[in-house]
Design a protein around this ligand. Structure first.
Ligand SMILES: *[C@@H]1O[C@H](CO)[C@@H](O)[C@H](O)[C@H]1NC(C)=O
Ligand SMILES: *[C@@H]1O[C@H](CO)[C@@H](O)[C@H](O)[C@H]1NC(C)=O
Ligand SMILES: *[C@@H]1O[C@H](CO)[C@@H](O)[C@H](O)[C@H]1NC(C)=O
Ligand SMILES: CC(=O)N[C@H]1CO[C@H](CO)[C@@H](O)[C@@H]1O
Length: 308
């Protein structure tokens, strides 16, 4: 070897880059578990929803994921549980584990939705801010941020719950620290985060969202707590490619760096067209071969670096 010793660090760096690049690219090309599922727990999954990376539509896969039988919805403000999906009306209901309900009140985190996501907050949710500071911007006298009409019944209802002890109030305390609030129109939205509630900015301890009264507006124990979101239904119109994939028993997904269409067949093998003639023939062995080849290549490269 006639290489000057001072050029060795450069060679190390290029070898390292060579090593890191392909390894880093693997997860985006081959999902860890090649199989897409058509249910998550008890929730049926239909396009554009998918059970994980590489399944469903890529714009939905950024937000929706099935983890140990629980369908999760992630935004910049946290991870929420999807409790139902209504495909015909294009509505999902999510629940925030830190949100207050009649039976349990606690300090909540903020709730925001990215402006670019295919999900928007339904206008018929009733957002109730509880345990707000008297100096909160929602009580600005010159702006009517809080519903002071029939909406106040939601405040009265929640403040009658035993759960208010959880945020340091007595049951049936005065509702002057409560505000029924529109997260789409008011302060705390438009903060660059997208729409939602920025609780520190609003100076409130907790919030509750009611998406239905369960047939009894007078009994806050029966109210339906959760946030209903509309999803952009233009994603539901499948391309011919997706329909062809589903007809062959596959699940529509995506693969590759450009998230191009992929049809995921029952045994984890994917195809760019459909599962006819593939679904049961090649059961995943090619993937194992690729992984073995990559591990060997990785091993050889680390060996070269170690001994160079
Ligand atoms: C991977 O797929 C198998 C079935 O093929 C399933 O039982 C398992 O839960 C999946 N794991 C993950 C992390 O999705
Ligand atoms: C729905 O998504 C499509 C792209 O898939 C986009 O062009 C359209 O603007 C979206 N509609 C809404 C209301 O966000
Ligand atoms: C793969 O397919 C063969 C039949 O073609 C079958 O006997 C075998 O059990 C399958 N293996 C797996 C892991 O599904
Ligand atoms: C996720 C995955 O396995 N993607 C592969 C699907 O199949 C095409 C070829 O049909 C491959 O290029 C992808 O890498």
């Amino acid at each position: 070897m006639l290489l000057h010793t001072r050029s060795w660090p450069l060679i190390h760096i290029s070898l390292l880059l060579f090593l890191i690049r392909p390894l880093h690219a693997i997860p985006s090309i081959i999902p860890l578990n090649g199989t897409c599922h058509d249910t998550c727990g008890t929730i049926p999954l239909k396009y554009p929803f998918g059970s994980g990376f590489g399944c469903g539509h890529p714009d939905f896969a950024r937000y929706i994921k099935c983890t140990y039988g629980t369908l999760q919805f992630s935004t910049g403000s946290g991870i929420y549980t999807v409790s139902s999906i209504d495909y015909s009306s294009g509505i999902i209901v999510i629940s925030d584990p830190l949100m207050s309900t009649c039976s349990s009140m606690q300090n909540s985190g903020s709730f925001t939705i990215d402006r670019t996501s295919p999900f928007t907050i339904m206008p018929d949710n009733i957002f109730v801010l509880v345990g707000c500071s008297r100096t909160s911007p929602v009580f600005d006298r010159n702006a009517d941020f809080c519903d002071t009409g029939s909406g106040l019944n939601a405040c009265r209802g929640l403040y009658s719950c035993k759960g208010v002890i959880g945020i340091g109030l007595e049951p049936n305390a005065p509702i002057s620290t409560c505000c029924v609030y529109d997260p789409i129109m008011s302060v705390g939205s438009g903060s660059g985060l997208g729409s939602g509630l920025d609780l520190p900015k609003l100076q409130c301890s907790s919030y509750s969202s009611i998406y239905g009264f369960g047939g009894d507006e007078g009994d806050p124990m029966k109210w339906q707590y959760g946030i209903s979101l509309q999803f952009n239904d233009s994603y539901s119109y499948q391309s011919n490619a997706c329909r062809n994939c589903e007809d062959s028993g596959g699940i529509c997904g995506f693969s590759g760096l450009h998230a191009s269409f992929a049809c995921n067949c029952r045994n984890g093998v994917n195809s760019s067209i459909n599962c006819y003639g593939r679904g049961y023939a090649r059961n995943g062995t090619w993937k194992d071969k690729i992984q073995t080849t990559l591990s060997i290549a990785g091993f050889l490269l680390s060996w070269m670096i170690a001994f160079s």
